[in-house]
Design a protein around this ligand. Structure first.
Ligand code: FAD
Length: 409
């Protein structure tokens, strides 16, 4: 595991939201801007298989972790991941990469040790994504720690109020690592194949005898694939498909990256220890350092229009543009060392909130043979991998879904 003291590496070529291409994945949702991460894995084009044991919809952390874990536990079972765009095109390639314990709603019964589970899964799959767990700073305008390394001016004085388990990782390396393992172990990853609908299984009752049901049929990018079971891992997108429209709220959330800072400057602003931070009161602000000394700051949510389709949002206009201006103003006022700091990247990504902030982890209302997993709010980096592996075990019938994951409406 690396720490903030580990040698700083140069980031790959990047772009601002008005600039040129950043990396091989920047063509996915260009109107959401370009994050600083690099996904160093090219998916080999494969034909859509006519049938699989397990179909996974969505190639982010959740879907890729489930695929890799399924093939690790049951190499005799066939797995296909259908991704509408490119792997990491959603939140996973646009996230801040803070690895946080528990869920956004705390520690629901039976959740277990999320960070320990993440470390174990990464070790078992042999994935290096620069995971570092020095602890995360909860910061607030209330009573701070006497020796708070952070003293920032933002609607009052922001100080560290508590240090909790957590840290950071490189999301680009995590997406690439999970995809590489899933691919090497034989899962078919099929990009540019949006799943448009499912033919749901219907039990045939003839003369009061229930016959074996037909498999589910996945329609993706003009092709069809029958599947024994399906995992939906589309997060804040495709809510009609996952039956989450009206049951969870999709938003676009925003982040910016500063130019790199030297150790002295990071020390002055309280971030030399590599601890990510997030506010426990409002206005909200979160962030983390990268290995080259640049810092991500995030704040602000943009609503989808009535269509609930986040892909229609363009971050260079309207409410998103205003929010970016506000974040930049706040950063410049936080500390004298940040007064002139340049912003090199601005981007947004999809995020899904359930009313009680607990993740959704339940059977699809249409079939017991399909699972819906997501809605981690801003807490999905560690949780998506941890619950993605759990979902793989549930698909294999080796583990139950947690009670807290269901929405009963
Ligand atoms: C800007 C930002 C910062 C964040 N920061 C943090 C953080 O620091 N720490 C933290 O814990 N969490 C953070 N989060 C949340 C975290 O990143 C997400 O919870 C996590 O990445 C979700 O992973 P996922 O695989 O479930 O979803 P996603 O990564 O969104 O993947 C869903 C995939 O499904 C695909 N898809 C959609 N529709 C279809 C379809 N019809 N057919 C096929 N594929 C489809 C999409 O293209 C996408 O690739 C952040 C989120 C954002 C946006």
């Amino acid at each position: 595991m690396s720490t903030s003291k580990s040698p700083r590496s140069k980031l790959p070529p990047a772009k601002s939201h008005s600039g040129e291409l950043l990396n091989s994945h920047s063509n996915a949702h260009p109107h959401w801007g370009a994050p600083p991460w690099h996904i160093d894995f090219t998916v080999r084009t494969k034909p859509v298989p006519p049938s699989v044991d397990f179909a996974i919809v969505g190639g982010g952390f959740t879907g890729l972790a489930a695929a890799a874990w399924l093939r690790r536990l049951a190499p005799e079972k066939s797995v296909a991941v259908f991704e509408a765009d490119r792997i990491g095109a959603g939140a996973s390639g646009r996230t801040g990469g803070m690895a946080l314990a528990e869920s956004a709603a705390g520690d629901p019964p039976g959740l277990g040790n999320v960070l320990g589970g993440l470390e174990r899964i990464l070790a078992e799959l042999d994935i290096d994504c620069d995971l570092s767990l020095p602890g995360a700073f909860e910061i607030g305008r209330g009573k701070g720690l006497a020796h708070s390394p952070i003293q920032w001016n933002d609607s009052g004085t922001l100080r560290v109020v508590k240090k909790v388990p957590g840290g950071t990782l490189d999301p680009g390396k995590l997406v690439a690592g999970l995809a590489r393992v899933a691919d090497e172990r034989g899962a078919a990853i099929i990009e540019s194949h949006p799943v448009t609908h499912i033919e749901w299984q219907r039990s045939l009752v003839v003369h009061t005898v229930t016959h074996a049901a037909a498999p589910l049929v996945v329609h993706a990018g003009g092709s069809q694939c029958s599947a024994g079971k399906i995992l939906f891992a589309t997060n804040a997108l495709a809510l009609e498909l996952t039956a989450l429209a009206g049951r969870a709220e999709p938003k676009l959330t925003l982040a910016v990256l500063t130019e790199p800072m030297d150790e002295k400057r990071l020390e002055a602003i309280g971030l030399a220890g590599g601890n990510p931070f997030y506010t426990v009161d409002l206005p909200y602000l979160w962030g983390r350092c990268l290995r080259d000394g640049s810092v991500i700051f995030g704040a602000g949510l943009v609503d989808a229009d009535d269509s609930l389709d986040l892909t229609r949002i363009d971050i260079t206009t309207g409410g998103a543009k205003n929010l970016f201006e506000s974040i930049e103003r706040r950063i410049h006022k936080l500390h004298p060392e940040l007064r002139e700091i340049k912003i090199t990247h601005s981007w947004g990504g999809p995020i899904l909130f359930r009313e009680n902030w607990r993740p959704v982890f339940m059977p699809h209302p249409q079939s017991r043979n399909a699972i819906v997993l997501g809605a981690y709010a801003g807490h999905g980096v560690a949780l998506s991998v941890y619950l993605g592996a759990w979902a793989a075990e549930a698909l294999l019938g080796r583990r139950k879904l947690p009670r807290w994951g269901s929405i009963r409406k």
